[in-house]
Design a binder for this molecule. Structure first.
Ligand code: UD1
Ligand code: MG
Length: 449
C-alpha cells in the first residue's frame, strides 16, 4: 500500500469487567502475548501508524503495545462514552491529515494484517467508509449491517434493532476504515440518541450514506474479529490462534503427529524437517532449527535449539538454553542458562544450570550442577570431550578441562585440569567372604528370636 499514509486507532479503553480480573482486559494473553499487542502487530503489518486509546491507569497497556510497535502514541479516554467518542480521544493524531483511518478493537486479537490491507485497498479504490461484515446464524449482540438495493445504509446496534432488523444475519465485525478526508467530520457528527446513550462509531455509516458518500462492506471470516469479553472467549481465541499457527507450521515443513496437543507461543520458530511429537509446550522465545526431534511431553521456553538436535521425551528447556547442532537432551533432564556444545549428550535425569559444555562431551545419568549457594548463581564450565560419570555433583564455580574424566558418584568441588581423572568419592573397600558371614549371623539371630 504505497503512497497513502494511514493511522490506525486501537480502542482499548474498555473496562473488561467480565474478565473478573485486576489486569486490564487487553493485557490478557493469547499465545503468551497480550491481546492488544497482537492487534498492534497486525496493524504494523498493514503499514499503519498507531494511536492507542486506553483508559485511566493505562501505562501497562501502552508498554505492551510499544513492545511490538515502539512508535505507537497513546491517548487516554477518561470517560467511556462510546466507540466514536473513544476514537476522538486521538483527535490530535487524526488532525495530522492521514489519507486512511482504520479503527480496530484491542480485544480482538485474531485480526490479520491482510484484512486491514484489504480495507485500505477499498479506500484507495475510492470508497469513503469500509465496514467489515460477517454472516452468522447467531447474530444476537452484534450490530446488524443494514442494506438497501445492495448498498450499505447503516449499522444498527443489537439493542436498538426492531424485531425485523434482529433477523438480519449480516453483522458488523467492529473494525472500520474511513477515508482521512472526511473522518473527523463524520465521527463528530455522530449523536448519542440510542438505547445506551453512547456515541457509536457505527453511526458513521448512516451519516456517510445519507451524505452520498461511498460505503461498502467486505465480508470476512467471523473468527478474524472474535472479541474477547470473558475468560471462556479468551480460551476460544487461544484455540483459534493455535489452530492457525499449527497449520502454518506444518505447511512450512514441520511434521506434527498430534497437532492439537502442541502449543506454540506467538514468537516460536521451528525449522523444516523437524518432527514435534504429541504434548509439547513452547513458551515464549523458542527457536528450533532444522531436522530436530522434539519428543513427547517436552516443555521449552526461551531456548535455542540447533539443527539435528534431539530433545526429550520429558525434557525441560528453560530460558537461556542453547543447544548446538547434533546435541542431545534426553528424558527427565532440565537445562537452564547453558550452552551445550555440538554433539554433546545429556541423556538422563540431569540438571544443568548456568553451565557451558564443550563439543562431544557426555554427561552421565543423574549429573547435577550445584549452581546455587542460596545467595548467588555460579557457573560450571565443562570442556570438550569430557566424560562426567553418572550421579556426579559438580559444585560451582568449577571447571572441568578438555578430555577430563569425572568418576561416577563424584562430588567435584575443585577444578579438574585437561585430560585428568577426578575421583571425588570414598574409596571402595571389599571384604572377601564377609557377606556370607554376615548372612549366617543374621539368620541365626532371627532363629533365636
Ligand atoms: C461493537 C460494535 C458492534 C459490533 C461489535 C463486534 C460499536 C458501537 N458497536 O459492539 O456493531 O457488532 O463491536 O464485536 O462499535 N471502547 C472504548 N471506549 C468506549 C467504548 C468502547 O475504548 O467508550 C472500546 C472497547 O474497549 C472495545 C471496543 O471499543 O475494545 C468495542 O466496544 P464494545 O463496547 O465491546 O462494543 P460492542 O458492544 O462489542
Ligand atoms: Mg465487544
Amino acid at each position: 500500500m504505497t503512497g497513502r499514509s494511514c493511522l490506525c486507532v486501537v480502542l482499548a479503553a474498555g473496562e473488561g469487567t467480565r474478565m473478573k480480573s485486576t489486569l486490564p482486559k487487553v493485557l490478557h494473553k493469547v499465545a503468551g502475548l497480550p491481546m492488544v499487542a497482537h492487534v498492534a502487530a497486525a496493524v504494523r503489518g498493514a503499514g499503519a501508524d498507531i494511536a492507542l486509546v486506553a483508559g485511566n491507569g493505562s501505562d501497562s497497556v501502552r508498554d505492551a503495545v510499544r513492545a511490538v510497535a515502539p512508535s505507537a502514541e497513546t491517548y487516554v479516554q477518561t470517560e467511556r462514552l462510546g466507540t466514536a467518542h473513544a476514537v476522538m480521544a486521538a483527535r490530535d493524531a487524526l488532525r495530522r491529515g492521514y489519507d486512511d483511518l482504520l479503527v480496530v478493537f484491542g480485544d480482538a486479537p485474531l485480526i490479520r494484517s491482510e484484512t486491514l490491507l484489504a480495507a485500505r485497498e477499498r479506500l484507495a479504490a475510492g470508497f469513503d467508509v469500509v465496514v467489515f461484515a460477517f454472516r452468522t446464524e447467531r447474530p444476537a449482540g452484534y450490530g446488524r449491517v443494514l442494506t438497501r438495493d445492495g448498498r450499505v445504509t447503516g449499522i444498527r446496534e443489537d439493542r436498538d434493532c426492531s424485531d425485523e432488523e434482529k433477523l438480519i444475519t449480516l453483522c458488523n465485525g467492529g473494525l472500520m476504515a474511513i477515508t482521512g478526508r472526511h473522518a473527523i467530520r463524520l465521527i463528530e457528527s455522530v449523536g448519542n440518541d440510542n438505547a445506551k446513550g453512547e456515541y457509536y462509531l457505527t453511526d458513521v455509516v448512516e451519516v456517510a450514506a445519507e451524505a452520498g458518500l461511498a460505503v461498502t462492506a467486505v465480508t470476512i471470516d467471523a473468527d478474524d474479529v472474535l472479541g474477547v469479553n470473558n475468560r471462556a472467549e479468551l480460551a476460544e481465541a487461544e484455540a483459534l490462534w493455535q489452530q492457525r499457527r499449527r497449520r502454518q507450521v506444518m505447511l512450512s515443513g514441520v511434521t506434527m503427529i498430534d497437532p492439537g496437543s502442541v502449543f506454540f507461543s506467538w514468537d516460536t520458530e521451528v525449522g523444516a524437517e523437524t518432527v514435534v511429537e504429541p504434548n509439547v509446550w513452547f513458551g515464549p522465545g523458542v527457536k528450533v532449527g532444522r531436522d530436530v526431534a522434539i519428543h513427547a511431553y517436552s516443555h521449552l521456553e526461551g531456548a535455542t535449539v540447533g539443527d539435528h538436535v534431539s530433545v526429550g521425551p520429558f525434557a525441560r528447556l528453560r530460558p537461556g538454553t542453547r543447544l548446538a547442532e547434533k546435541s542431545k537432551v534426553g528424558n527427565f533432564c532440565e537445562v537452564k542458562q547453558a550452552d551445550v556444545g555440538p554433539g554433546a549428550k545429556i541423556n538422563h535425569l540431569t540438571y544443568i544450570g548456568d553451565a557451558v559444555i564443550g563439543a562431544g562431551s557426555n554427561i552421565g545419568a543423574g549429573t547435577i550442577t550445584c549452581n546455587y549457594d542460596g545467595f548467588s548463581k555460579h557457573v560450571t564450565e565443562i570442556g570438550a570431550n569430557v566424560f562426567i560419570g553418572s550421579n556426579s555433583s559438580l559444585v560451582a564455580p568449577v571447571r572441568i578441562g578438555d578430555g577430563a574424566y569425572v568418576a561416577s558418584g563424584s562430588v567435584v568441588t575443585e577444578s579438574v585440569p585437561d585430560d585428568a581423572l577426578a575421583l571425588g568419592r570414598a574409596r571402595q573397600a571389599t571384604k572377601e567372604g564377609r557377606a556370607r558371614e554376615l548372612r549366617e549371623r543374621l539368620a541365626a539371630a532371627k532363629k533365636r528370636g
